[in-house]
Write a protein that binds this ligand. Structure first.
Ligand code: C2E
Ligand code: MG
Ligand code: MG
Ligand code: MG
Length: 287
């Protein structure tokens, strides 16, 4: 009996493994071709200013439009791109596409908004990253103050000294810097103070439980207060309901992003979103 259970378990396990290895191979193998053929698209999730709830900008989020498998989320292929090193050309494509997009919106007659892109750790370690970003900004004509990079704490911890130097080079270009998923890493206050960053983005996991758990609320409140005392802008990600917005307003959080306002949108839909919602005076806000 034990043996047959063991056998069944083995079968289930094996099937599951085979499936995940298969998708791994299919996706991983297709990635290089996908980059050549530009099978990717950026979606834009609005960032909203509090308390007036005007649009201040967006976060660019990549999707893979796979010819057979349909839309694939970044959680499934960014790790593969990291492993294979393909994140370098892919990451450059994202930066270029985002900058082109900013210019296209302006050409469509829209007032400026901020646009952020995510970096991955291997990309952040790339030696000529700053030069590449500088070149793309120049070629596209984007004013760097509207361009923001989202980095994670773990990315910076790998080589703290070199990371700080890199951040300073980005600041010298005039781009703004944000710490994504803040609270999930191990940054100390002392370390944070050394970083030439402008924004903290509070991780969704803390926002999820807002109003449900007093300890969690205390963390969010303290993070917002700490950001204020360090002169940092603060944004909450993953806002899904009104009671979370009420709490964030109460704690004086400056910006929010989440499904309550909008899911990530195609470029056309984001333009429509900006046109139907009020815009913040972005120039008064960029640092
Ligand atoms: P992230 O940078 O923390 O992005 C936020 C993720 O949360 C996005 O998922 C977004 O769609 C999702 N989200 C936004 N609002 C809500 C909400 O109210 N509730 C919930 N449950 N989720 C919400 P997405 O687009 O699947 O991206 C996942 C991650 O993939 C990103 O996390 C980022 O780390 C990475 N990523 C996305 N685009 C890029 C890229 O161009 N380059 C790199 N290196 N990484 C990227
Ligand atoms: Mg992000
Ligand atoms: Mg995030
Ligand atoms: Mg995240």
């Amino acid at each position: 009996r034990a043996k047959s259970t063991g056998h069944n378990m083995y079968c289930v396990y094996e099937k599951h493994m085979a499936e995940s290895i298969n998708t791994h191979l299919t996706l991983g193998g297709g990635l290089r071709k996908a980059i050549e053929e530009e099978q990717f698209v950026l979606h834009y999730q609005p960032k909203i200013r509090l308390p007036d709830e005007t649009v201040v900008g967006a976060e660019a989020l990549i999707r893979w439009e796979h010819p057979e498998l349909g839309m694939i989320s970044p959680d499934r292929f960014i790790p593969l791109a990291e492993e294979s090193g393909l994140i370098l050309p892919l990451g450059e494509w994202v930066i270029r596409r985002a900058c082109d997009q900013l210019q296209e919106w302006r050409e469509a007659g829209h007032p400026p908004v901020k646009l952020s892109v995510n970096l991955s750790s291997r990309q952040f370690m790339q030696v000529n990253l700053v030069d590449m970003v500088e070149q793309v900004l120049e070629e596209t004509g984007v004013d760097p103050k509207y361009f923001e990079l989202e980095l994670t704490e773990s990315m910076l911890m790998a080589d703290a000294k070199q990371s700080i130097e890199k951040l300073h080079s980005f600041r010298a270009l005039g781009v703004t810097l944000s710490i994504d998923d803040f609270g999930t890493g191990y940054s100390s206050l002392a370390y944070l103070k050394k970083l030439p960053i402008q924004t903290l983005k509070i991780d969704r996991s803390f926002i999820n439980d807002l109003g449900l758990d007093n300890d969690n609320d205390a963390i969010v409140k303290a993070t917002i207060q700490m950001a204020a005392s360090l002169n940092l802008n603060v944004i909450a990600e993953g806002v899904e309901n009104r009671s979370q917005v009420d709490a964030l307003n109460h704690y004086d959080c400056q910006e929010v992003q989440g499904y309550l306002f909008s899911k990530p949108l195609s470029n056309v839909d984001f333009l429509l979103y900006m046109q139907s919602h009020g815009l913040s005076n972005v120039d008064a806000l960029v640092m």
